[in-house]
Write a new protein. Structure first.
Length: 309
């Protein structure tokens, strides 16, 4: 740039109208026009819908190119992609999907909280369903969900001491199950997810929270045991614990992406001595979408965003 020249800045202004929409029981400011309510299924063709999809696919392309550039990664025993390079395997799976209906952190501040997409929209219908796999006695996530939504909340944990289990079972509104997720052939107190859902009469989970201290890899391997396997859940919130097996990490993420899950939030867990565990422990939040990028839910929660699957 020559001396005296001024930099050029172009500002693009996007106008968003806010109207009051009646729902029969009163009115609320939804930030949508009557036309949007009538033609909600064209969300993916709106400027913000198109831009969101472009951001996602451009980011995925960059990640795929980096993965190809680094070559065979399956033999790696640490999360670093290459010695001397500031890249980790988690960088291949950025939170490149923007939650269109606000994301917020649910649960206590610090270790134990989770990022949720559209809490004020998707989880406001009667009988919405939340599964929490693993608790270690920390029920702040469940408490927060119960206080903010009408959801049915189930917690599963077969590792609690009698005193802790009694405290969890006493929580109002929470249904506790002293079982874990896994193969019953290995442990009589384990059941596979599809068995649990069938036994409880559930077909779709709005939020599936998984924090089971390293057993998540085996759970996902069971969930995607067949090429045609698919997970019946809108959001999957999971803490991943790297255990030295890069093949398992890549296979798990590839299966989730193939099942149309997109990452919308990532948070390193640095709640250990000097925070060094942040390289191996990370919280990932996924949301399932249709081929057009609309969030998968069997229920119409809002006229702003239609069910995508």
């Amino acid at each position: 740039m020559s001396h005296g020249a001024l930099p050029l800045v172009i500002i693009v202004s996007v106008a968003v109208s806010t109207v009051s929409a009646s729902n029969g029981a009163g009115s609320a400011s939804l930030g949508i026009s009557p036309k949007r309510q009538t033609h909600a299924n064209d969300y993916h063709t709106t400027p913000i819908g198109i831009y969101t999809e472009n951001v996602y696919w451009n980011s995925r392309k960059r990640s795929d190119e980096l993965r190809a550039k680094r070559g065979a990664l399956e033999s790696l025993t640490s999360t670093s992609l290459q010695e001397g390079v500031s890249e980790r395997v988690w960088d291949l799976f950025y939170p490149d999907y923007n939650c269109p209906l606000v994301k917020e952190r649910v649960g206590r501040i610090g270790d134990g909280g989770k990022w949720v997409c559209g809490l004020g929209f998707f989880l406001q219908r009667p009988h919405c369903l939340v599964y929490s796999l693993g608790s270690a006695g920390d029920t702040s996530f469940e408490e927060n969900i119960l206080s903010k939504t009408p959801c049915e909340v189930h917690t599963f944990d077969h590792t609690l001491t009698p005193d802790v289990q009694e405290a969890v079972e006493s929580m109002q509104g929470l249904t506790f199950h002293p079982i874990g997720i896994g193969s019953s052939s290995q442990n009589a107190r384990l059941q596979q997810l599809h068995q649990i859902m069938s036994n409880l009469g559930h077909q779709w989970i709005d939020i599936l929270k998984i924090d089971i201290e390293g057993a998540e890899w085996e759970v996902f391997n069971d969930l995607y045991a067949q090429p045609s396997s698919t997970l019946s859940a809108t959001q999957v919130l999971v803490e991943f614990h790297f255990q030295g097996n890069m093949t398992v990490v890549l296979q798990t993420f590839d299966r989730l992406l193939a099942d149309n899950y997109r990452v919308f939030a990532v948070e390193p867990n640095y709640y250990c001595q000097e925070g060094c565990c942040a390289r191996d422990l990370l919280e990932f939040a996924f949301v399932k979408v249709s081929a057009r990028g609309e969030i998968c839910t069997p229920h119409v929660h809002s006229s702003l965003l239609p069910p995508g699957c």
